[in-house]
Write a protein that binds this ligand. Structure first.
Ligand code: DX5
Ligand code: ZN
Length: 218
C-alpha cells in the first residue's frame, strides 16, 4: 500500500489565523486539508460554511476534503463544489437518498465520500460502492474535536478494507476522530490509508513532526 495520507482538520486550528494555519500545515507536509462542516442540527455544534472554505482556497494547494455534518446536505453540495472541494463526504443519515446524493457530488466534478458514524454498519455503503471514492470511518461521535478514539471501530475499518479489496475499486479508506501517534498504527494496520487529525496536528508545537509521527515515524 502507498504511504498513508494525513489530513489535518481545520477545526483544531487557531480560528483567528486560519490562512496562516493552512499555509503552515501545507509546508509541514500535510496531504489533504480536512474541513468539518457542522450545522448545529445534525451534530450539536456549529463550525463554518462554504464561504470560509472558498476564502481558504487561495491560501493553499492541498486537496480540500470536505466532511459534511449537516442535514439536509443536498442543497449545499454545489456551494461546496464551487468553493473548491476535491472530496465531499456525507453521512447516510443526512438524507433519504444516499445514492442520489453521491451521484450529485460526482456530477459536480468532485469525489464522493460516505461517512459511517460509530453505530452505522458497514452495510450502509455496501450497495453504493460504484459511486464512492472514499469511505470515512468515524472513531468518535461527530461534532467535536479532541475526543477519545473508539477502538471498537477497528474491526469496522478492517471489514471495509476487505470489502474495498473484494470490489476491486479505487476507494480511499479514511479514519476521523481521536487519531494520534498512539492510535494511528492500529488504524493503519486495520487498512486505513488516510488519517484525519485535528488536535494531534494543530495542537502540537511542531506540525511537521506531528505529521511524521502520525505516519508512523517514517
Ligand atoms: C469531529 C470531526 C473531526 C475532528 C477531529 O466531528 O469530524 O474531523 O476535527 O478532531 P480530533 O483529531 O481532535 O479528534
Ligand atoms: Zn471530520
Amino acid at each position: 500500500m502507498s504511504r498513508v495520507r494525513i489530513a489535518p482538520s481545520l477545526l483544531a486550528a487557531d480560528v483567528a489565523r486560519l490562512g496562516e494555519e493552512v499555509r503552515a500545515v501545507e509546508r509541514a507536509g500535510a496531504d489533504w486539508l480536512h474541513l468539518d462542516i457542522m450545522d448545529g442540527h445534525f451534530v450539536p455544534n456549529i463550525s463554518f460554511g462554504p464561504g470560509l472554505v472558498k476564502g481558504l482556497r487561495a491560501h493553499c494547494a492541498l486537496p480540500f476534503d470536505v466532511h459534511l455534518m449537516i442535514a439536509p446536505a443536498d442543497p449545499y453540495l454545489a456551494a461546496f463544489a464551487e468553493a473548491g472541494a476535491r472530496v465531499i463526504s456525507l453521512h447516510p443519515e443526512a438524507g433519504p437518498h444516499l445514492h442520489r446524493s453521491l451521484q450529485s457530488i460526482r456530477a459536480l466534478g468532485c469525489q464522493a465520500g460516505v461517512v459511517l458514524n460509530p453505530a452505522t454498519p458497514v452495510s450502509a455503503v455496501e450497495h453504493v460502492l460504484d459511486l464512492v471514492d472514499l469511505i470515512l470511518v468515524m472513531t468518535v461521535n461527530p461534532g467535536f474535536g479532541g475526543q477519545s478514539f473508539l477502538a471498537s471501530q477497528l474491526p469496522k475499518i478492517a471489514a471495509l478494507r476487505r470489502m474495498i479489496a473484494a470490489s476491486g475499486r479505487e476507494i480511499a479508506l479514511e479514519v476521523d476522530g481521536g487519531v494520534t501517534a498512539e492510535t494511528a498504527p492500529a488504524c493503519i494496520a486495520a487498512g486505513a490509508d488516510v488519517l484525519v487529525a485535528g488536535t494531534a496536528v494543530f495542537g502540537a508545537p511542531d506540525y511537521a513532526a506531528a505529521i511524521v509521527a502520525l505516519r508512523g515515524g517514517g
